[in-house]
Design a protein around this ligand. Sequence first.
Ligand code: ADP
Ligand code: ASP
Ligand code: MG
Length: 411
Amino acid sequence: MALLVLKFGGTSVGDVERIKNAASKVAAEVKLGHKVAVVVSAMAGVTDQLINYCRSVTPHPNPREHDAVVSTGENITAGLMALALQQRGLNARSWQGWQVPLRTDSTHNKARIIDINAASLLHHINQGEVAVMAGFQGVTDDNSVTTLGRGGSDTSAVALAAALKADRCDIYTDVDGVYTTDPRIVSNASKLDRVSYPEMLMMASLGAKVLQTRSVEMALRYHVPVQVLSTFGNAIGSELPGTLVTDEDENMEQKSVTGVAYSRNEDKVTLTGIPDTPGKAAAIFSTLARTGIGVDMIVQTASHDGKCTDITFTVAKLDLDRARQTLESERAKIGFADILTDKNMVKLSLVGIGMRSHPGVASLMFETLAAKNINIQAIETSEISIGVLIDESYTELALRALHTAYGLDAE
Ligand code: ADP
Ligand code: ASP
Ligand code: MG
């Protein structure tokens, strides 16, 4: 008998029939003798709608009240799921974040979990109840409701699994596992049976939205085995039909590249005509850091005449306007000629622990893109990833070409 956390994403609870279908999977696990906690997302589209309600009242909603509104989608599904389970004859109880409580810091819209006091919830599970927790939400020490960032129910689920010391956390979603790349873009992407925590962490942070990045960080830190699997069909988690995210082991295929991720979330900024003197990069990036703007890729062009240089970097889409305003206000101090921005960019990244031992991974990437006449505008590398910034219109072409070049296509 195991203790399992089952998380159902937006599509899996998209309407009442889907909620009933999800409840049947929970019931099947209970029938096998397992103790179960369930974490639910809002019904597909509901969180977007709630965000739009706030924006239609004011373009800059107060973060506390924004969270008060946006967190409510999950409350509805938690209650409906408990009802659907009761309807099947199971004992079930819904829990909102504050009732558990799942405590977070007060960074509204992307709060970090401080801890989960799961004692009471566990007591009910041990009494034979299924506990259904609303994902995505928590509560601060001063009783304000917070949300954990888009896709945050994954993190709620893994955090609950860690707090309960669960044997596994099953993430039910609209694909049947983690693929070599987004299967909605590359139709012959291959499903991975297992993927290591560091690779999944890289894929998630570089754009593969199948798991929220923080959920993978949490799984790695607390060694929670996570399975990504399909909500469609009759299979249940205990049959292990999905992809297991787990510690690296010798059974993992040692290809140089495990997957290709992409992110459209970054915009490009170029500052031209910067005096080529010490301290300019420091002035630019400390100005941005002071305003809380994170920078990702950075390229400095070599100066031809020893007098002036250009610096290109990327920032999150949401930060572009603020980055431009902040730099503009320091233009005289930093001394650059112009700010150019480009919103039509995509970052493609190869990920694989095999890169550590296979040379030539980057050169094949550059050759493959060159053969398709795709220009690379910035490059970023880590021990297990290589990323390039290219024009967004080439996303599909480049993803497919790289997928084939690294032998990832399904047979
Ligand atoms: P949920 O609502 O269940 O949380 P998400 O939409 O957040 O589901 O995540 C599932 C989606 O992630 C899939 O529909 C797929 O388009 C996308 N995705 C991106 N990269 C990958 C990948 N490498 N493997 C599987 N799915 C991926
Ligand atoms: N409902 C939230 C969102 O749409 C959280 C989640 O589904 O994980 O982002
Ligand atoms: Mg998600």
